[in-house]
Design a protein around this ligand. Structure first.
Ligand SMILES: *[C@@H]1O[C@H](CO)[C@@H](O)[C@H](O)[C@H]1NC(C)=O
Ligand SMILES: *[C@@H]1O[C@H](CO)[C@@H](O)[C@H](O)[C@H]1NC(C)=O
Length: 321
């Protein structure tokens, strides 16, 4: 009971010393702010879409709804819900950009239906369209349609930052993320697509999915009749574990474990009711709390009391008490 609590307390100073996660602490970029505002605006559009609409389809209702749809009243309702009152920077941005949003709403939204493109990319110039990056919104490596061959992230994608280079997903490498990393093989490759698939765990390199397709065996495996097979480290002439420990072979490795004498098939503690406790390299046999220790058994307290009560009930006149 005591151990986990002590372990948790031991972690506390460490947690306090750790700096906050750098990603989470970063202030949003102007593009992220703009995107946030546009997302909220679009949510506002959804939230107000059915306002003043009774659910029927009378001509009167349709006329009212179509009037409201593009009305300044609806715009004001959307703008009101855009920033939390405590979010100073959001309100500052909104105040500075309110006229842009109003102009788009009243005059430009038919010509430029995508508010993000019009507002964040074309007007404020704080973002780029997806698949483009940097101050001039150039196409990412591999083209803006499928940057990095679809196997990586383009630096600065969608922002006015970055250099357009690729950071490949696990398994891929190369400037366009079309090559396979060691431990992966190319399972599909044509002009536009490249798919890398993981080798069997026994291969360091491979040309296919099984342990017969290895180029080189992974550490802890050896080539045997054309396949990489596990090395049984525990069967070595000088076993890797100490005498007090049990060597357990595993794929590609092994573990040294304390022998748990208490869970062996043949009981380590033989007296009746006795508890067994495993210790490094050995074990101890102990009677449970309150049990009486005798030569060949641990006597439970109930039995001890029962013997006492028996002698009590045999006293004359006991029922009258
Ligand atoms: C390349 O492979 C992908 C994935 O299988 C496929 O969708 C695409 O049509 C192929 N392209 C060509 C040019 O063969
Ligand atoms: C051990 O490796 C072999 C050969 O790669 C594999 O077939 C087997 O499933 C692996 N066993 C475990 C427990 O991972």
């Amino acid at each position: 009971m005591c151990l986990p609590r002590r372990a948790a307390l031991g972690l506390l100073p460490l947690l306090l010393l750790l700096p906050p996660a750098p990603e989470a602490a970063k202030k949003p970029t102007p593009c992220q702010r703009c995107r946030g505002l546009v997302d909220k605006f679009n949510q506002g559009l959804v939230d107000t879409a059915k306002k003043n609409f009774g659910g029927g389809n009378t001509a009167w209702e349709e006329k009212t709804l179509s009037k409201y749809k593009s009305s300044e009243i609806r715009l004001l309702e959307i703008l009101e819900g855009l920033c939390e009152s405590s979010d100073f920077e959001c309100n500052q941005m909104l105040e500075a950009q309110e006229e842009h949003l109003e102009a788009w709403w009243l005059q430009l939204k038919n010509e430029y239906p995508d508010l993000f493109e019009w507002f964040c990319v074309k007007t404020l110039k704080v973002c780029c369209s997806p698949g483009t990056y940097g101050p001039d919104c150039l196409a990412c490596q591999g083209g803006s349609q499928r940057p990095c061959s679809g196997n990586g992230h383009c630096s600065g994608d969608g922002s006015r930052q970055g250099d357009g280079s690729c950071r490949c997903h696990v398994g891929y490498q190369g400037p366009l993320c079309t090559d396979c990393m060691d431990g992966y093989f190319s399972s599909l490759r044509n002009e536009t697509h490249s798919v890398c698939t993981a080798c069997d765990e026994s291969c360091k390199t491979c040309s296919g999915p099984t342990n017969r397709d290895c180029g080189e065996c992974e550490v802890g495996w050896v080539l045997d009749e054309g396949a990489c097979v596990d090395v049984d480290e525990c069967a070595a002439e000088t076993p890797p574990c100490s005498a007090a420990q049990f060597c357990k072979n595993a794929n590609g490795s092994y573990t040294c474990e304390d022998v748990d004498e208490c869970s062996l098939a043949e009981k380590a503690c033989v007296r009746k009711n006795e508890n067994c406790y495993n210790t490094p390299g050995s074990y101890v046999c102990v009677c449970p709390d309150g049990f009486e220790e005798t030569e060949d058994a641990c006597v439970p307290p109930a039995e001890a009391e029962a013997t006492e009560e028996e002698s009590l009930t045999q006293l004359p006149g006991h029922e009258d008490l």
